[in-house]
Design a protein around this ligand. Structure first.
Ligand SMILES: Cc1cc2nc3c(=O)[nH]c(=O)nc-3n(C[C@H](O)[C@H](O)[C@H](O)COP(=O)(O)O)c2cc1C
Length: 366
């Protein structure tokens, strides 16, 4: 099968990209005191030179006193950090690339192995990161309002600095997802509730504020996952109807593209259909979607953290789904982390030059 279709351009509002391949957001923790360095700018611009269509930055945290558990995760606020990001986007554009920051609040977290902790306790819908870990405090309504505004300011800064789009991190058990998940959201105010639709209120208010700050023409991507780091098999929504009650209000609030995080893109979301999460999200909302999860590799990413290596694998199943129209864009994580020229090699059909992924690649900005 040919990968030619993946090299058609894609345009949506402010986003105009040369192919359908997206670099997945990947935390690298190479930004001391939250400031992206020259090395970080070079790391991303090498991916632009390597023909990545859209680069999504590693998660970069918004302006709340405990939005991060790691001193080396970049900030998306403050003069120095934003200067660092300005260099990143200018360098990426100079190589002909496109990029959006992934704006992030980690919510209630475990303490980082470095021993660094923020000056104030972690915050979330409750004190829980997952049913087995309470390590923070429940946000007041004032905290919630301030956090919504901080997401909006980060998005406005993304636009002002010249980024092509912004991605809101609503996945993987972090703050926004802690509101979605009944195990971490036991609130009795309007941000809690028995249904996923009720527990989506916080996300919807964040999306509306972001939309208000960036205007109609700036592309907003929302990243979501059914799974949680504490429970890989968990599903926030168990039927297409329930998924629609989660996604449609977010689409109406201003999301342009849903970035549907799975560990393995080929796994069906619900019984009775082989559609994956991105396939269902597109079908239910009519919005563009991004799929992700072990594209071009034979092992998944959480196993990679435990030291498992992965070898290159065929793109045939991905292309079959893409040709069927299940999704618009394809995010690729580890292969592009390990090799800035992954996209070029796929384009030129140089599969014998693909390197796969091993944990050592995490140790440096290759
Ligand atoms: C080192 C590393 C860091 C990651 N950090 C983030 C992150 O900051 N934000 C996020 O949404 N996902 C993060 N992820 C998940 C990836 O975006 C992606 O969904 C996952 O790696 C699956 O894609 P892959 O199989 O192509 O690697 C990270 C993954 C890796 C390997």
């Amino acid at each position: 099968m040919s990968s030619e279709q993946l090299f058609k351009p894609f345009s949506l509002k402010s986003l105009n990209i040369k192919n359908r391949i997206v670099m997945a957001p990947m935390t690298r923790s190479f930004s001391p005191d939250g400031v992206p360095t020259e090395e970080v700018a070079s790391y991303y611009s090498r991916r632009a030179a390597g023909q990545v269509g859209l680069i999504l930055s590693e998660g970069t945290v918004i302006d709340r006193p405990s939005s991060s558990n790691d001193a080396n995760v970049p900030h998306f606020h403050g003069e120095k950090a934003l200067e660092g990001w300005k260099k990143v986007i200018d360098d990426v554009h100079a190589e002909g690339g496109s990029m959006g920051p992934q704006i992030w609040h980690m919510g209630v977290m475990y303490n980082h192995h470095s021993g660094w902790t923020p000056a104030v306790p972690f915050e979330g819908p409750s004190e829980y990161n997952n049913p087995n870990l309470a390590n923070g405090r429940a946000m007041t309504e004032t905290d919630i309002q301030d956090t919504i505004l901080a997401f909006g300011r980060a998005a406005a800064d993304a636009k002002r600095l010249g980024f092509d789009c912004v991605e809101i991190h609503g996945a993987h058990g972090y703050l926004i997802d802690q509101f979605f998940w009944e195990a971490t959201n036991n609130r009795t105010d309007q941000y809690g509730g028995k249904t996923i639709a009720e527990r989506s209120r916080f996300a919807i208010e964040v999306i509306k504020e972001v939309r208000k700050q960036v205007g109609e023409d700036f592309t907003i991507i929302m990243r979501l996952s059914q799974w949680k780091p504490a429970d890989y098999d968990f599903k926030l929504t168990k039927t297409p109807e329930e998924m629609a009650s989660w996604l449609v209000p977010m689409a109406e609030a201003g999301v342009d593209i849903f970035h549907c995080s799975q560990r393995r893109f080929w796994e069906p979301e619900f019984e009775g259909s082989d559609l994956n999460f991105a396939g269902w999200a597109k079908k239910l909302t009519g919005k563009a979607t991004i799929t992700v999860g072990s594209v071009g590799l034979n092992g998944e990413f959480l196993a990679a953290f435990a030291g498992e290596s992965s070898q290159p694998s065929s793109l045939d199943e991905l292309i079959r789904r893409f040709d069927r129209g299940d999704f618009d864009l394809v995010a690729v994580g580890r292969p592009i982390l390990a090799d800035p020229n992954w996209v070029k090699k796929i384009h030129d059909n140089k599969t014998e030059e693909l390197v796969g992924f091993s944990k050592e690649a995490l140790g440096a900005l290759l």
